[in-house]
Every structure is written in structure tokens, then in C-alpha cells.
Design a protein around this ligand. Structure first.
Ligand code: UDP
Length: 317
């Protein structure tokens, strides 16, 4: 029997990475997951560890990749801390992870002929002046602000992908992911969904930054993974927005979390972090045209799943 094809997933023990590894194994792929465990956690893929087609290795993507990676037909670049609290802790490493990590994968793909999936972000739009954001919008990013290490790192990673595609014919797929949530977000990682759920479950005040009138569009992880899957298989040039088009204020999210957890926590307002985007919502015309994909999971249903996960995490941790 021929060997199943190999996929490389950087950030494979992270939130999105672990869900993608599951999906790849279900579809019959062999999976080599790399993680430096700076924000990823081996427990996220513990249930896959006995799988014959799964391997997890510690690796820093800014360094040359392990030799096994040369065999991979598909390279998914998901390695980068994604929570503002985490990525701002080591801005140099965050920038290098995006830029050098993407460069390592693209150089590998140039040698091996593999296809590259780049996890980009709605943060390439910065604090957007156009609403909703379509892929043609060029963004409004502060290049030296506290979010720049992530925003500009991801922007430069897109640039590198296109440069390798145009000049060296490397096949690339780029997804601009908008606020994804679901099981395996880390409790206490500083993101709004994980913060609010943990605070509500512990009976602590929910910390709303600023007025709470800023908006985000939250996409459940299963929907995100489905779109990523279709994009990797599709023949699409240029980045695609992947997210849920239903926009909520942060205050609405806080109230919904309180309702679903039946928590009696209060809402407390804290200072709004510098450069916090005021609005964010994907224009999905392009992704719908190319992938016939639209998110299916409502915020309430997705939060219920996520709350159940955190309830269990808080008991066992
Ligand atoms: N936020 C909040 N309370 C928290 C954490 C975040 O009000 O405890 C706000 C944050 O200021 C931002 C939004 O929620 O406006 C989303 O923040 P997150 O860190 O999840 O991701 P971002 O979309 O900003 O990258």
C-alpha cells in the first residue's frame, strides 16, 4: 500500500493547529506537527499521540526545519502567538516567527514543490477605516505600535508568500482569519472569549476594555477549519477573508456569556488598550464565490461548546 501523503502543521499543538491536525488525520493524511510550546500545549494533541500517522516535534520555525519536513506535500503555517497579551510579550520573537517562519516554509516549498497555507489575519487591516473589510482594503496599521509585531509580521509574511509565488512559482494559499474561538483556547490567554468565560465561571468580574462598544465578528473553530480545508484544495490567487459576518459589540458578548453560564459576575470597565481596533467584520463575498463556504455555527451555540470545554478545564487544571 502506498504511504499516505504527509502534511506539516507548524503551531500544531496550538488552538487552531490541534483542530487542523485532527481534520488531516480523519482525511487519511500523515501529520508532522511542530510547536515551540511558547503558547501551544502538548495536551491539545495528547489524544492524537498514539495515532500511527501523527508525530509531534518541538521546533522553532525561525530555525531550519527538521529533515522529515522535506517529505511534506502540504505545509500549513500556523505558528505564531495570536492573543495580543501573548504576542506583545516578546515583540521581537513575534515578528521573527511570522517573517522568518514563513520564509523557512517557503524555502522548503521551493525545494520540495509543496503547497503552502499561510494563516494570516484580520489584523492586516489594523483599525479599519473601511467597513466591512474586503480583501482589497489595504488596511490602517500603526507600524510602530504595540500590535505592530503581529500586524506587520503577518503583513510581511503575506508579502513573502506573494514574492515566492510570483518569482519562484511556489503555490500559496492565504487566509485572513477573523477572531476564531472554541475549545482549546487557553484559559487566561488574554483574549476576550477565554477571559470572559473564565471570569464568568469563577464568579469574577468580566473585564470590558473601554466602553465595550468596539465590535468583533467571532467565528467558531469548526467553521474556520472547514474554510481552511476548502481553501487549501481550491485554486485561488490572493488572500481570502475567513470569519463570521455577524458583528457583536464586546459588551454584547459579555452579556451573552453571563446568560449562557448563568453567572452572577458583574461587568467592570478597564482602560482600552492602545490601538485596539474599533470595528472588525469580514466581507465574505470573495470567499463565498470561491469556496461556496459560509459559517454555520451561531455565537450562542459556539459559546456553549466553548463554555463546556472551559468548565472541564477549570475542574481538571
Ligand atoms: N477585550 C475586553 N476584555 C478582555 C479582553 C479583551 O474587553 O478581557 C476586548 C479588546 O479590547 C478587544 C476585543 O475585546 O476590543 C477583542 O480582544 P481580543 O484580545 O480577543 O482580540 P483582538 O481582536 O483585539 O485581537
Amino acid at each position: 500500500m502506498p504511504m499516505p501523503p504527509l502534511a506539516l502543521v507548524t503551531g500544531g499543538a496550538g488552538f487552531l493547529g490541534s483542530h487542523l491536525c485532527e481534520r488531516l488525520l480523519e482525511a487519511g493524511w500523515r501529520v508532522l506537527a511542530l510547536d515551540d510550546f511558547s503558547t501551544g500545549d502538548a495536551r491539545n494533541v495528547q489524544h492524537l499521540s498514539s495515532h500511527a500517522r501523527f508525530q509531534l516535534m518541538r521546533a522553532d520555525v525561525t530555525q531550519p526545519l527538521p529533515p522529515q519536513a522535506e517529505q511534506a506535500e502540504r505545509l500549513y503555517n500556523l505558528a505564531c502567538p495570536a492573543s495580543p497579551a501573548h504576542y506583545q510579550r516578546s515583540p521581537v520573537q513575534t515578528t521573527l516567527t511570522s517573517v522568518l517562519g514563513t520564509w523557512q516554509l517557503l524555502s522548503l516549498a521551493e525545494r520540495s514543490g509543496a503547497r503552502v497555507f499561510q494563516a494570516s489575519t484580520s489584523e492586516v487591516y489594523g483599525d479599519p477605516q473601511e467597513h466591512p473589510q474586503s480583501e482589497s482594503y489595504r488596511g490602517h496599521v500603526n507600524p510602530i505600535g504595540p500590535r505592530a509585531c503581529y500586524d506587520e509580521g503577518k503583513r510581511c509574511a503575506e508579502t513573502l508568500c506573494f514574492a515566492y509565488h510570483l518569482e519562484r512559482k511556489v503555490p500559496v494559499r492565504i487566509a485572513r482569519l477573523f477572531n476564531t474561538y472554541g475549545p482549546r483556547l487557553r484559559p487566561g490567554d488574554g483574549r476576550v472569549v477565554s477571559n470572559f468565560i473564565v471570569q464568568a465561571l469563577r464568579g469574577e468580574p468580566l473585564t470590558v476594555y473601554g466602553s465595550g462598544r468596539q465590535t468583533r465578528s467571532f467565528c467558531y473553530v469548526d467553521d474556520t477549519i472547514e474554510a481552511m480545508w476548502r481553501l487549501m484544495d481550491a485554486d485561488v490567487e490572493g488572500p481570502l477573508n475567513i470569519g463570521n459576518p455577524i458583528e457583536h459589540t464586546v459588551l454584547e458578548l459579555a452579556r451573552l456569556v453571563l446568560e449562557l453560564t448563568k453567572s452572577r459576575s458583574r461587568i467592570e470597565h478597564r482602560a482600552l488598550p492602545a490601538d485596539d481596533p474599533h470595528r472588525r467584520c469580514p466581507d465574505l463575498s470573495r470567499v463565498q464565490r470561491h469556496l461556496q463556504w459560509t459559517p454555520r455555527v451561531s455565537l450562542a451555540d459556539g459559546l456553549r461548546e466553548t463554555i463546556a470545554y472551559f468548565e472541564n478545564e477549570l475542574v481538571t487544571s
